[in-house]
Design a protein around this ligand. Structure first.
Ligand SMILES: Cc1ncc(COP(=O)(O)O)c(C=O)c1O
Length: 386
């Protein structure tokens, strides 16, 4: 294909239905289960719990709400510290502010772009000295790449601080053959419209604790007491997923493995076509298997141009791409928060997440295009790189 027609914009990551979704949604309509309750909700929860090998899954209205509830379950309160990966989407960190707790941001390491175990070690040492260890560590598996759990879990065990795994972007990714989302005491997924599978909007909390699962369900349905009338003893939330949307999720689970295969193929195409032309792609580190939700790369150190220039060039050619997330410690919202860099001892070096923000780009990774489309994108990037 030489040119994508004007109207056919190549999108970064859009919903891709498999067909089975409609059957579940139609069933919800025909049985009148058009409510935040019904067989699709429990069916979708069972599908996810089984897929990631967790005992319990609780479907919610978003990934952000699942993180919020995870913090509540771990007893996070005003002024508590919560450690959070700095290189992430703001949805990972906002719930810490909902509880008026204090986020402390942890840098990335270069092998996976995820939480640096050495920065986490420095932060835990610092917090212990202050006699104020964090209530939780939110570890993100960015763009589908698993974090270095062997080292991170060691630290979590040593300091007895639980991990919440933000696997919003990494359903189907694995580390040492174990599913992402299953490493923390609590894990979360997002089914937002741009994710590897979507319900149009939604999230899931997973865990092995019956107590956590039933408390989560209580909190997300307005925390109603077991009384014959509407009685409430604590603050609750309206965070439950609807049975209609869960039907989309059940259908999407049927084709998840195809979507992962396709996203990995898209990454391989970009890598083969552009790996020698000045884009640096992230390989899978030892033990990592990525769903390659978004194909990401960095512009070479020697190229003085910014990824924003490449993004506008692609935009002029009807191709959507995005910068890598702007790290949370660089955000005006979090300007007063503490940050621990990967090279904490060597202040002369920039932090890894700052470097990735300065150089990184997310390439179109939607699965609903033919190979020619990705080839067209690769050709345009080659044109820009020469
Ligand atoms: C890493 C990460 N965490 C959290 C979220 C929040 O999920 P949601 O949009 O479903 O609230 C997202 C994405 O949307 C995300 O990419």
């Amino acid at each position: 294909m030489s040119e994508v027609k004007k109207c056919e914009r190549v999108l970064l990551s859009c919903p891709h239905m498999g067909g089975g979704e409609l059957d579940f949604v139609s069933e919800a309509f025909s049985t009148n289960w058009v409510a935040p309750l019904g067989p699709n909700v429990t069916g979708f929860e069972d599908d996810i719990a089984q897929y990631v090998q967790k005992d319990f899954a609780v479907a919610m209205s978003s990934g952000t709400s699942a993180i919020h509830i995870a913090l509540k379950l771990l007893g996070v309160e005003k002024d508590d510290f919560v450690f959070v990966s700095s290189l992430t989407f703001v949805g990972s960190a906002n719930p810490v502010l909902y509880e008026k707790a204090e986020p402390v941001f942890i840098d990335s390491e270069p092998d996976t772009w995820n939480m640096s175990p050495s920065a986490l070690a420095s932060a835990l040492k610092w917090a212990k000295k202050k006699n104020k260890l964090p209530k939780a560590i939110i570890v993100v598996d960015l763009f589908g790449m698993p974090a270095k759990y062997e080292e991170l879990i060691k630290l979590s065990d040593e300091y007895k601080v639980p991990i919440i795994e933000d696997a919003a972007e990494s359903l189907g990714s694995r580390y040492n053959n174990k599913m992402c989302g299953s490493f923390g005491v609590l894990g979360i997924f997002s089914f937002n419209g741009n994710k590897i599978i979507t319900t149009g909007g939604g999230g899931m909390l997973v865990c092995d604790s019956r107590q956590f699962a039933s408390k989560a369900l209580h909190l997300i349905t307005q925390a109603r007491d077991p009384a014959p009338y509407y009685q409430h003893s604590e603050v609750g939330y309206n965070y439950r997923m609807s049975n209609v949307l869960a039907g989309i999720g059940r259908g999407q689970m049927q084709i998840l493995s195809d979507r992962i295969e396709k996203r990995r193929k898209i990454f391989n195409l970009y890598h083969e076509q552009l790996g020698q032309s000045g884009l640096i792609f992230l390989p899978e580190s030892k033990g990592c298997y990525s769903n390659r939700w978004l194909s990401t790369a960095c512009i070479s150190k020697n190229d003085k141009r910014s990824p924003i220039e490449l993004i506008s060039f692609l935009n002029e050619n009807n191709i959507e791409s995005r910068p890598v997330w702007k790290p949370m410690h660089m955000q005006p919202l979090f300007k007063d928060c503490k940050f621990f860099a990967h090279n904490e001892e060597d202040k002369s070096k920039n932090s890894t997440s700052e470097y990735l923000f300065a150089k990184g780009i997310c390439l179109p990774s939607s699965t609903n295009y033919k190979n020619e489309t990705y080839q067209y994108v690769a050709d345009k990037i080659k044109q820009w790189l020469v």
